[in-house]
Each structure stands twice: as structure tokens, then as C-alpha cells.
Write a protein that binds this ligand. Structure first.
Ligand SMILES: O=C(O)CCC(=O)C(=O)O
Ligand SMILES: [Fe+2]
Length: 764
């Protein structure tokens, strides 16, 4: 056993028995209950023996010896009966003569130790401080006890048998409070309550009778800081945290750990921390406290131990009567179910059960403890000639926990389905490379349904809003390995989820292209590819295209880039799929009837790139591609019909869209057929104004702007050029060249198919 397990076991397990059969409820900041009915043998200086239960006459005599208990406020100590109405007697005036009383205090101390979750190894002592007497109306307002000596960490109140009503002690810690109705049994019983000094507490008004109690200081005799409500087990919290860290760092360590609870609980009764009793609660609270910084997922659960056995017909085992011997048991299973979250992250909805693979490592208690579990049910079935099946059930509530970092392993260890679900939650944060690994690993398991769920449920979350080329590239191999058919639905679900998002169309086009390349020549691939293609085309037809959905107004460049990239790839992919003509025809129709698919950015690239997979000849033999070519060629012809002509003079378009004097002067210059250059000297603000009205207008492309800084006042220099004519000439030449390149395709003179194929490498 590794050290961290030992530490955890010591810190979390209950301290040894102590003969408190029906122990009272205990918490980690306050504890209380009934004590053995031994009397203390109370002797008071000046009064002698005090009989218990206290008789009214003796109560009066005792009170006469007492002083009013003061109430501390800041550094002062004063009597203020509105805050504290109690009579007190110093310990020096009190003697407890019954030697057996020590055992009573020791019992109270044991239970205090357990209830407050103190480390059993640490010595604590109860030292008598005062005797208190409350008469009717007596009370003590909420306060905290001051440290009356070094090491004092709490208070133990022992209420002696004397009848009273009211006078409950209420102890609070944070938002929690515990109420001890010590009066209920006060006529004949001795009761106690103990709490940490840092807990606020009060004594409610005594309604009638006398409340007589001994107040003890609880003193810590160990080293270091004394325990407090916030450090329930004196150094144990730190030890638990260290142990948890050690466990998390141990690559060989178990994925989860279970602490079996001491008390018996039903599944329905296991509702949370408050449903736990005594030390169980202390242990769970300690873990919850440790969970916060450590990142621990913590649940309550029911552990079922199932022994499965078989007695053959030859064995003369009499079923139904005795418990089958261990010889009959051939398998023992441990499962956990009915999880109730205490801290950290919930198990995924699918994960209803976890299996304990190795109880010796995963359960903190030892083997004997497990063997000592009480049988909770049995199933014995005689299967006639074949013998007898035996199933014995044992159950125990448990705290199950694991470092948050191991959550996935825990779920995956027991239930792959569940792991997939919880993965989707995490996936958005995981680098793409991990997803690729994950997919490949799932694929190597050969579980197609699982891969399908991963793609359907987990991937969209990952892909939403971004395009991951690496992730895209993993699918072809997946389809080749697991078959196209089973992956069709998951891929369609992925398409539906991604198409709506940013770059969705680019992603789909890339995906389809990669898939088409892998499925080339495989008839089984066609239905999947066509279905995906249809999803993409319908998305375009529905005009939900990326540009409007995510780009701000006017940010057209980006949208073009998306189309430029996506459409040719989509086209190329579909072109290679047998039976895609109808779909392609729809795509072509869509492209040529929407002006936003421009000649240069979409139509031409489509014509150029579409034959990538099938080669130019094959492409040109496809009707939709021919139509695309024809349309594109027609547009090219129209654009290049007229030879560009050089401007006859220096007159240029001159609409600046402003009629201020400066713009008017600039316009006059622009219209002037004879003047090539002019400089306008004026203040910067005016120069900028004119500059702005020229610079961003496409029709002013033939005006160059510069600044003359050679004089005191700078000048805006406007120079007319032939830039647009030059550009038009270049465009014209390029259009003619393109026509010359594309036209032969229509006439059936494409290049070799292999030439087309070799281009594929460009995209991969
Ligand atoms: O009387 C009690 O139960 C508690 C008394 C108390 O809080 C004190 O003496 O500080
Ligand atoms: Fe107090």
C-alpha cells in the first residue's frame, strides 16, 4: 500500500469503537449526547455535598455562594444580565469526589474527539473551568469563548441531572448550526455538548427549573496549531491534501478511491452531507474541505459487493439454509451506484454505475473489513441437474472520490459511453491534436457506434466557430476503416451542426474533398458523399451562407475568401462522386444565378479547380461542369469583347461628393484635360478632407496622392496616371488567355486524366 493511502485511511477512518452503541449525532464542529448515569459526587466549598437532581432549596443555597457570571466585551469583563444571566462558581470551590466521574469525562472526551473529527493520535484534555447555575430566565447571548489557557481549543459542557425546560445550547459555524436540547432528559440524565472555541454559541433562556452544568476547557496537548472548526482534525486536512496530491501524481495509482461509511444508510437516505452520521460526516466533511483547492470530484454512493458462486450437482450443498462457503464463490464483483454529488463535477448522465476493478487498491479499508460486511440479500437458484447458482449481496454506503483530472479515466474505466458524453463537455478546450488522437483511438477499438456518438455529440462543440484542418483530415481514414455506411449519419449530424457556424462551408468543403479523395472509385462511398454534398448545397441555396451570418456589414473580403475557398473544393469533390450530376446541376444553377458568386473569385476558380480529382477530360464530359464552363466563358467573352482604350487626354472622373471650395478646386483640376499635376497648399485638416474624398473612390484610381513638404505650408499633390487603363489592358490579356485555356475543354481537348490527378497533392 502506498503512503498516501495509509494517510487517507488514518485521517478518514473513525477512531476505534469506544462502546457507544447508539451514539448520538455528531458533527465536525459540535457534538453532544447522553453520558453514563454515574454521578460526580459534587462537593461545594461552604455548602458540602450537593445532591442530584438538585432540590430547589439546595439550588437557592448554591446560588447564594455563586457570583454573577461576567460577560466579556473586548478587553473588559462586566456583568450585564441582558447578555448573560448566569451564576458561576470557580473550579477551585468545586470538588468531584466520585472516582468513577473521570470515566464519564473520558467518555465525553472520546466522543468529542470522534465527533469533532480530531486525530485520535493527538492528546487532548478536559480541565474543569467553572460550575454554572442558570435559574428561570437565565441565558447567555451569542458569543465565542476566549482562550483561557494555551492550547485551549474548545469547550465541553456537562449538564448534570436537574430538571429544567428551555436552556438549549445552540452552536454555529458558518452557515450551519447545531442545537442541543439538553433539558429534555435533564431530570435524571447527564448530558454533554462540546464545540470548538471558534464557534459562536448561545444558551437560550431557561423557561423553568435549574440548569446546572460543569464547564470544561478542552486543551490540546499536541504540537503545532490546536484544532479548530476550520481545521477539524488538527493537521489532518493538510495531511489529506498532501495525500491527495501524492495520489494524483502517482501514475500507477488507482483512478478512484472509496471510503466505506461506518453507519448503515439506505440509498434513499443518502442525500448529502447532512444525511451522514457521526464520523462518517466528519470524514466526508474533511474530504469536502480538501476537495476545494485540490480539485476533487466527490460523491456518496452505494457500494454493492456481489459474490457469485456455483455449486455443482455433485457437491452436496444444501441451498437455502446455510451460507455457502467461500469455496463455492467463484467471483466477487464490486459496483458503485446511486451517486450523490458532494463536491466537484457531476458524473455524466450516462454514468450510472462504476465498477471497482481492484478492491484492494480502490477501497481504503482493508480486506478483513470487506469480508466483515453484513449480507444484505441473497439469491440462490437451483438449476436442476446443472447445479445451483448462488448470489450473495452486501452493501455499504461509501464516499467515492477522484482527482478532477482523472474524471474521464474513471468514467471511461467503467463505461465508455459515459466517457464520450463527458468528453464533449471538455472537448471545446482540448487541442485539435488530442481530438485526432481520440478519434483514432476510438476507431482502433472498432466500435462504430461509439465513434458515431463521438462525432455526433462531441465534435460539433469542438468545431463550432472554427475550422480545424487536422481534425478534418482524420475522417477519411475513419471511413475507410469503419465503413462509409455507418458513418453517414454521424457525418451528416456533424455537417448540420457545423454548417451554421463560422467557416462551416469551408469546413464542409474541405471535409468532403478529403472524403471524396479517399472514396474515389469506391461505390460504397457515394451515398455518404452525396448526402454530405447535398447538405452543403442546400445550405448555400438557403442563402444562409457565412457572409451575412457572421461577418460584420461591409466585411465582404472575408466572405469572398470563404466562398473562393469553399465552392471550388465542393465542386471538385462532387464532380468525383458517381451519380452527382443532378446535385452538381443544382449547384451550378445556384452559382450562376447569384451575382455574389463573382467571375474572378468563384466562377473562374471553380472552372480551374474542379477537375482536380477527376482530371480535365472527365470533368469536361460532365454536363453541369460544361454548363459552368460555358457560363464562365460567356462572361469572360463579354468582359473582354472590347479592347481597352487609352484615355485621350488628362480629363478624369471628378465627382468628389462634396461641394466645398477645396473639393471644387480639386474637381476642376481633375476635369481639366490638359493638366497632369497640381499641388494644393493648405492646412492639414483641409488637405485630409480632399484626400479622403479621392483616396477611397474606385473611379479615382487614376489619381495618385502625395504630400509636398518642401514649403512652410504643406501641399496635397494630385497626379493623374493611366493606372486604370493599364489594369484594363492586363485584365483583357488575362481574360483572353483564360478563354484560350478553357475553351478547348468545351471542345473536348483536355489534358490527360493523370495530369489532373497529380494536382491533388496541392490540396493535401
Ligand atoms: O452553559 C452552557 O451550556 C455554555 C456556557 C458557555 O457558553 C460559557 O461558559 O462560555
Ligand atoms: Fe461560552
Amino acid at each position: 500500500m502506498t503512503d498516501y493511502r495509509k494517510t487517507l485511511r488514518a485521517a478518514l477512518s473513525a477512531p476505534g469503537g469506544g462502546g457507544e452503541a447508539s451514539g448520538p449525532e455528531r458533527t465536525s464542529f459540535a457534538v453532544g449526547g447522553t453520558l453514563p448515569s454515574t454521578l460526580p459526587g459534587l462537593q461545594v466549598e461552604g455548602l458540602g455535598q450537593v445532591g442530584l437532581p438538585l432540590a430547589p432549596a439546595q439550588a437557592a443555597a448554591l446560588m447564594a455562594l455563586c457570583e454573577r457570571a461576567p460577560f466579556g466585551r473586548g478587553a473588559e469583563t462586566l456583568v450585564d444580565t441582558s447578555r448573560r444571566d448566569t451564576w458561576q462558581l470557580d473550579a477551585s470551590k468545586v470538588e468531584l469526589q466520585n472516582p468513577g466521574w473521570e470515566d464519564v469525562v473520558a467518555a465525553a472526551l472520546d466522543r468529542t474527539r470522534a465527533g469533532l473529527g480530531l486525530n485520535p493520535a493527538v492528546r487532548v484534555e478536559a480541565r474543569l473551568h467553572k460550575l454554572l447555575l442558570y435559574e428561570q430566565g437565565g441565558h447567555f447571548a451569542p458569543h465565542r469563548d476566549s482562550e483561557k489557557e494555551d492550547g485551549m481549543f474548545g469547550t465541553l459542557v456537562v449538564v448534570l441531572p436537574t430538571w429544567f425546560e428551555g436552556g438549549a445550547l445552540v452552536v454555529r459555524h458558518g452557515r450551519r448550526s447545531e442545537r442541543f436540547e439538553l433539558g429534555e432528559t435533564s431530570r435524571f440524565q447527564t448530558t454533554f455538548a462540546a464545540f470548538f472555541a471558534d464557534c459562536e454559541h448561545e444558551v437560550e433562556e431557561v423557561i423553568s427549573g435549574h440548569r446546572l452544568c460543569l464547564v470544561y476547557r478542552l486543551v490540546y496537548l499536541g504540537e503545532g496549531t490546536p484544532p479548530s472548526a476550520d481545521r477539524p482534525a488538527s493537521g489532518t486536512l493538510a495531511a489529506v491534501r498532501d495525500a491527495l496530491a501524492g495520489w494524483e501524481a502517482d501514475p500507477e495509482g488507482p483512478e478512484k478511491l472509496c471510503l466505506l461509511l461506518e453507519h448503515r444508510y439506505t440509498q434513499a437516505g443518502l442525500t448529502g452531507l447532512r444525511s451522514l452520521k457521526g464520523t462518517d460526516r466528519a470524514a466526508a466533511e474533511l474530504l469536502v474541505a480538501a476537495a476545494r483547492p485540490a480539485g476533487l470530484d466527490l460523491h456518496l454512493a452505494m457500494l454493492i459487493k456481489k459474490e457469485i458462486g456455483y455449486a455443482g450437482v455433485d457437491d452436496d450443498w444444501e441451498w437455502g439454509g446455510r451460507t455457502p462457503s467461500m469455496d463455492d464463490i467463484c467471483r466477487t464483483d464490486y459496483t458503485l451506484s446511486g451517486f450523490v454529488l458532494l463536491a466537484g463535477q457531476k458524473l455524466s448522465v450516462d454514468c450510472k454505475e462504476l465498477t471497482i476493478e481492484d478492491e484492494e487498491r480502490e477501497i481504503l479499508q482493508d480486506k478483513e473489513y470487506l469480508e466483515g460486511l453484513e449480507e444484505s440479500d441473497r439469491r440462490v437458484e437451483c438449476t436442476g441437474n446443472e447445479g445451483t447458482d448462488i448470489e450473495l449481496w452486501y452493501q455499504s454506503a461509501a464516499v467515492v472520490f477522484w482527482p478532477a483530472s482523472k474524471c474521464l479515466q474513471v468514467e471511461a474505466g467503467s463505461n465508455l459511453q459515459a466517457a464520450v458524453s463527458s468528453l464533449s463537455k471538455l472537448l471545446a478546450k482540448v487541442p485539435s491534436a488530442c481530438i485526432v488522437d481520440m478519434l483514432s483511438n476510438l476507431a482502433s477499438l472498432g466500435d462504430t457506434r461509439l465513434v458515431g456518438r463521438f462525432i455526433t455529440e462531441a465534435m460539433p462543440g469542438k468545431l463550432a466557430g472554427r475550422h480545424c484542418k487536422e481534425v478534418c483530415a482524420v475522417f477519411p481514414a475513419l471511413c475507410l476503416k469503419l465503413g462509409w455506411g455507418p458513418l453517414q449519419q454521424p457525418l451528416l449530424a456533424l455537417a448540420a451542426a457545423t454548417l451554421g457556424g463560422q467557416h462551416g462551408l469551408v469546413y464542409m468543403a474541405d471535409l468532403l474533398y478529403a472524403l471524396a479523395a479517399a472514396g474515389e472509385g469506391d461505390a460504397a462511398a457515394a451515398p455518404t458523399l452525396l448526402a454530405l454534398g447535398r447538405a452543403a448545397v442546400e445550405h448555400m441555396q438557403a442563402d444562409k451562407d457565412v457572409d451575412r451570418s457572421y461577418l460584420g456589414d461591409g466585411d465582404v473580403e472575408d466572405s469572398d475568401a470563404v466562398q473562393e475557398r469553399a465552392v471550388p473544393l465542393l465542386f471538385a469533390a462532387l464532380l468525383s462522386v458517381p451519380g452527382s450530376e443532378a446535385l452538381l446541376a443544382e449547384l451550378v444553377q445556384h452559382l450562376i444565378s447569384h451575382p455574389r458568386y463573382t467571375l474572378d473569385k468563384v466562377l473562374l476558380p471553380v472552372c480551374d479547380e474542379a477537375p482536380q480529382l477527376v482530371g480535365k477530360q472527365a470533368a469536361a464530359a460532365t454536363e453541369p461542369f460544361r454548363r459552368m464552363l460555358q457560363h464562365t466563358l460567356a462572361q469572360l467573352e463579354a468582359r473582354s469583347a472590347a479592347e481597352p482604350r487609352a484615355p485621350a487626354n488628362w480629363a478624369r472622373p471628378a465627382n468628389l461628393g462634396c461641394d466645398c471650395a477645396d473639393c471644387a478646386a480639386a474637381a476642376a483640376f481633375l476635369q481639366d484635360p490638359s493638366q497632369k499635376q497640381q499641388t494644393f497648399y493648405m492646412a492639414k485638416r483641409r488637405r485630409s478632407h480632399v484626400e479622403y474624398n479621392i483616396k477611397y473612390k474606385p473611379e479615382m484610381a487614376d489619381v495618385e496622392l502625395s504630400t509636398d513638404t518642401s514649403r512652410g505650408t504643406h501641399g496635397l499633390v494630385l497626379t493623374k496616371t493611366h493606372a486604370s487603363y493599364q489594369r484594363a489592358t492586363e485584365q483583357h490579356a488575362s481574360d483572353r488567355a483564360t478563354i484560350a485555356r478553357l475553351r478547348p475543354l468545351l471542345q473536348g481537348a483536355g489534358e490527360e486524366p493523370s495530369g489532373g490527378r497529380s494536382k491533388r497533392s496541392r490540396r493535401q
